[in-house]
Design a protein around this ligand. Structure first.
Ligand SMILES: Cc1ncc(COP(=O)(O)O)c(C=O)c1O
Length: 404
């Protein structure tokens, strides 16, 4: 019998509040987001936790980041500093805007951008830093903002994995120029797919919505119909719809309880696993609230027979739901980057001499080490105390059995 002898817990994610909103919504004459009561409610609920001046609900986290990047009016060949361990959604908008993702290395304990590495990567072409709060662990925003001010860079916070995370009591996303969020199916909060981008800046904020709505400025367009028919810029359709917004609005009220439970679970894991020789739990810096989308621990692999793969296999045999590492490789190692195959086999900014970036030459040793020696424990708020106890027993038992 495996030590974890019960099925992986699954929370009931949707229920009464979502149904109530959807039922009311079906009485509406339109399911379009513009002037939609569900989209308005989503903005209102979102603002209770994230009081941004300007908001644009949209179709995904990827869309929210692309909208922020488009609002910057990046010039072809300009650079955006990003971490190499993140979702493709962090970089898709950069590439579509003909800008260049510049990967810099990570802190070995928090797995977030290393401020010293950011500083080293700044060039005359750098326009922005994308701070990805990986797994819900806040980046070192004080250091990042200091660098940004010094070099006049914009800061975009990718909070897709960081719902409910805070630094010094302030929610992440509200430190930089833009906060971007995802409601995809795997996140703390979900409406299947959806996103939100917020900013306090009037310069970026007043036209935020148009960057996800084919450049139709519906707010201004109400006053001047010609703006609705005569777009000034090129932008994709990243609109949310009322059914998505209804569910997302109802989800916002659940965040506090979800994050509180995840923190309890993670705190127990860290207290127990920190005692096990050869295991390095993730580090939450003082003053930070890590919201634990997943729990990524590192192994001193030389201390265990079979290394990362052996540890992962043994844990799986004990009934633990995990992944060896998070991504198979850092983003720059993916085929699309190695082949610079961004636009049908071409990469115009490189082909026409606006960048010399060669992703085959990029190396971030800390990021590579993290992926090569970590174990990702899938987790959620439905874990009972008993389940966490079994999880800890399984990990401790495997560590003892495989110790050299
Ligand atoms: C860090 C990060 N950024 C961006 C995204 C993109 O979000 P979406 O899947 O909603 O487009 C994700 C989603 O997995 C993510 O984890």
């Amino acid at each position: 019998m495996p030590i974890v002898d019960e099925p992986f817990p699954r929370p009931a994610r949707w229920g009464g509040p979502e149904l109530a909103r959807l039922t009311r919504m079906l009485g509406q004459s339109s399911l379009f987001y513009w002037k939609g009561p569900q989209t308005a409610a989503l903005h209102e609920e979102f603002r209770k936790l994230y009081p941004f001046k300007h908001l644009a609900a949209c179709s995904s986290g990827t869309a929210s980041l692309h909208i922020a990047l488009a609002a910057l009016r990046l010039r072809p060949g300009e650079e955006v500093i990003v971490p190499p361990i993140t979702d493709m959604g962090s970089v898709i908008g950069i590439l579509y805007q003909q800008a260049v993702p510049v990967f810099v290395d990570l802190d070995p304990d928090t797995y977030n951008l290393d401020p010293a590495a950011i500083e080293n990567a700044v060039t005359a072409k750098t326009r922005a830093i994308m701070a990805v709060h990986l797994a819900g662990n806040p980046c070192d925003m004080a250091a990042i903002l200091t660098i940004a001010r010094k070099h006049r860079l914009v800061v975009i916070e990718d909070c897709a994995q960081a719902w409910g995370a805070e630094q010094q009591g302030r929610p992440v996303g509200m430190f930089g120029d833009f906060g971007c969020y995802s409601f995809n199916d795997f996140k703390h909060l979900s409406c299947g797919d959806g996103g939100m981008v917020g900013t306090q800046s009037d310069q970026f904020g007043e036209s935020l919505g148009k960057w996800g709505d084919k450049a139709y400025d519906r707010v201004a367009g109400e006053r001047d119909i010609s703006l609705l028919r005569d777009p000034s810029d090129l932008a994709p359709n990243y609109r949310i719809s009322e059914p998505q917004a209804a569910i997302a609005a109802a989800q916002m009220g659940k965040l506090g309880a979800i994050v509180a439970r995840r923190i309890e679970i993670a705190s127990r894991l860290t207290a127990a696993l920190g005692e096990v020789p050869g295991i390095r739990p993730p580090v939450t810096r003082a003053g930070d609230k890590h919201s634990f989308w997943f729990y990524l621990l590192r192994l001193e692999t030389e201390r265990f027979r079979g290394g990362q793969a052996g540890f992962a296999d043994a844990l799986r045999a004990e009934g633990v739901n995990l992944s060896a590492g998070y991504l198979p490789k850092p983003l720059y190692g993916y085929r699309v980057f190695q082949n610079h195959n961004f636009f049908g086999g071409a990469w115009p900014v490189r082909d026409f001499g606006l960048t010399t970036m060669d992703y085959r030459q990029v190396k971030c040793p800390v990021a590579e080490a993290i992926l090569a020696d970590s174990i990702l424990l899938y987790m959620n708020e439905a874990f009972s105390d008993g389940y966490v106890t079994k999880l800890i027993q399984a990990i401790v038992s495997v560590a003892r059995r495989l110790a050299r």
